[in-house]
Design a protein around this ligand. Structure first.
Ligand code: ATP
Length: 200
């Protein structure tokens, strides 16, 4: 049986329970051997619009996310620093090509949220992305788009949260516990991110 590999890219600024729910559901529903949370180095679609937290911090938070609530690694979830090691703008097509080379014969599944579907055609070499991977769309509260032929749908219990909302909440000192795991919150405190004092 060929290896089935999920690729779930993101800025993860910060990672939240919505991301975790998607990764866990993808692994189970699609029968994936592994789901890689690929942390973008420079999310070129977002970086012109706002300041992005340093990649090393986002990587550490993503690693904390996949330790789960009990601090134990969640089976089948991994964090990839491939785009950070590569540097520069993070192109999904390059990541998929590298994964193909590193895992000959593997089937790749690229998991994206519904909010990204309409813009997908503007991704770097989007046609090539569709050739390299099966695209899997996961619904996200507040977003609708047409289904595309040949794309799969993933059914995940809705988690209505975004990193943008959490950055705001953290900066305002509001509660984030409903949407973030404790390990990620601890990482944020240790690193003093989002205006949260290291001693808080
Ligand atoms: P921001 O608010 O900063 O734009 P975000 O919450 O959208 O960030 P990203 O790291 O950009 O988080 O998202 C990575 C991937 O996870 C994308 O495919 C996105 O569509 C998906 N995603 C993020 N949040 C959710 C959610 N609550 N439910 C389903 N998918 C999600």
């Amino acid at each position: 049986m060929p290896q089935r590999l999920g690729v779930f890219g993101g800025t993860f600024d910060p990672p939240h329970r919505g991301h975790l729910a998607v990764a866990v559901a993808a692994r189970g529903q699609l029968g994936l051997d592994r789901v890689l949370l690929v942390v973008a180095n420079d999310p070129w679609k977002k970086s012109p619009g706002r300041e992005i937290t340093p990649a090393a911090d986002r990587l550490a938070m993503a690693q904390a996310l996949i330790r789960g609530d009990d601090g134990q690694p969640i089976t089948g979830l991994e964090v990839s620093d491939a785009e950070i090691r590569r540097g520069g703008p993070s192109y999904t097509v390059t990541t998929l090509r590298e994964l193909r080379e590193a895992n000959p014969g593997a089937e790749l599944y690229l998991i994206i949220g519904r909010d990204l579907v309409d813009d997908f055609g503007s991704w770097h070499e989007s046609t090539e992305i569709e050739r390299l991977a099966t695209i899997v769309v996961v619904d996200r509260p507040g977003y609708v788009s047409d289904a595309k032929r040949g794309w799969k749908l993933l059914v995940v219990p809705p988690v209505d949260v975004s990193s943008t909302e959490l950055r705001d909440r953290l900066r305002d000192g509001r509660d984030v516990s409903a949407h973030m795991t404790q390990a990620v919150v601890d990482e944020i405190h240790q690193r003093g991110l989002y205006g949260v004092g290291a001693s808080a």
